[in-house]
Design a protein around this ligand. Structure first.
Ligand code: RIB
Length: 306
């Protein structure tokens, strides 16, 4: 089978990661145990994951004219990603994410988009010639919403599958939800979009129905250690694989990219299983882009799991 072709339009950040025994309470100071600077950003992470999962991958975004921007260009290029449409902002710095990773693997993240605001609807229009050859376009919410909407419009007009990873959590206009081919929030993102608190698979069903009512064609809710729920042509729940997580940062990005790579090429259940495996493996390695698994690793893991 030929390789899938994926376009990611999204953010590129540098992650400033501090390891802590636990997340601090408001007003509390804690001693961290390790610090690292890692290439991240939901868009760039998904581009790296798609490339490692075997896709010919384009990344469209915007970084600053600074050392962090150079770092992103270098790491994305190392995975063979086409960077023709990665712009450099004339005056804003590269986006950053300040991340705390607690010893149990949970994380909290504050993103400052900065140069990520430089990718515009006009840049999307310039991408139109690529669309005829795409399996999917992947979008997230760390770039301007009018840019996301322009990409969803273009995907609809050209008949390309669009996958909207609804992170970071925020209220999303129904006009955007209604234009997405596949909407994929995690629990907190689903709550921000629907007002339904997602604490169980049952809650996830309710949130997914709300998103379908808002016009999404298909929905996949990422439930972390509790698996994933699909609603659309049918309803499917898949439990997560059991692994020992060291860092959950970007596990959702590995999951979304895996959906993009196989959604139009595998039955729904198999695609969800493949994405669950990619997400699980990403939690076993520290850091965002360093943890994105290769296709061979995902296939070997699925074989081991039977
Ligand atoms: O999804 C994880 C990513 O969210 C991190 O890499 C960080 O940059 C933020 O964008």
């Amino acid at each position: 089978m030929d390789s899938p072709t994926i376009l990611v339009i999204g953010s590129a950040n540098v992650d400033l990661v501090t390891r802590v025994p636990r997340c601090p309470k408001p007003g509390e100071s804690l001693i961290g145990t390790a610090f690292s600077t890692v290439a991240g950003g939901k868009g760039a992470n998904q581009a790296v994951a798609a490339a490692r999962l075997g896709a010919h991958t384009y990344f469209a975004g915007c970084v600053g004219d600074d050392a962090f921007g150079a770092m992103q260009r270098k790491t994305l290029a190392a995975d063979g990603i086409d960077l023709t449409h990665l712009k450099t902002h004339p005056d804003k710095p590269t986006g950053t994410a300040v991340i705390l990773v607690a010893d149990q693997g949970q994380n909290s993240i504050v993103v400052t988009p900065s140069a990520n605001s430089g990718i515009t609807p006009d840049d999307v229009a310039a991408l139109e010639p690529l669309f005829s050859g795409l399996d999917a376009v992947l979008l997230q919410l760390e770039i301007p919403l009018d840019t996301v909407e322009a990409a969803l419009d273009l995907a609809r007009r050209t008949g390309v599958l669009s996958i909207l990873d609804a992170g970071p959590a925020q209220q999303v206009p129904e006009s955007i939800i209604a234009k997405a081919g596949l909407v994929s929030p995690n629990e907190t993102e689903a709550e921000a979009m629907t007002g339904i608190s997602v604490k169980s698979v049952d809650d996830a069903h309710k949130a997914a129905s709300r998103l379908l009512d808002a016009g999404a064609a298909e929905v996949v809710i990422k439930l972390g250690a509790n698996g994933a729920l699909y609603a659309g042509r049918e309803s499917l729940y898949l439990p997560a694989f059991s692994v020992n997580p060291v860092d959950t940062v970007a596990a959702g990005d590995a999951f979304t990219a895996a959906l993009g790579v196989c959604w139009s090429r595998m039955p729904r259940k198999e695609a969800l299983q493949f994405a669950n495996a990619a997400g699980a493996l990403a939690t076993t390695v520290p850091g965002a882009q360093p943890s994105m698994p290769a296709r061979a690793a995902v296939e070997a893991f699925l074989n081991e799991q039977g």
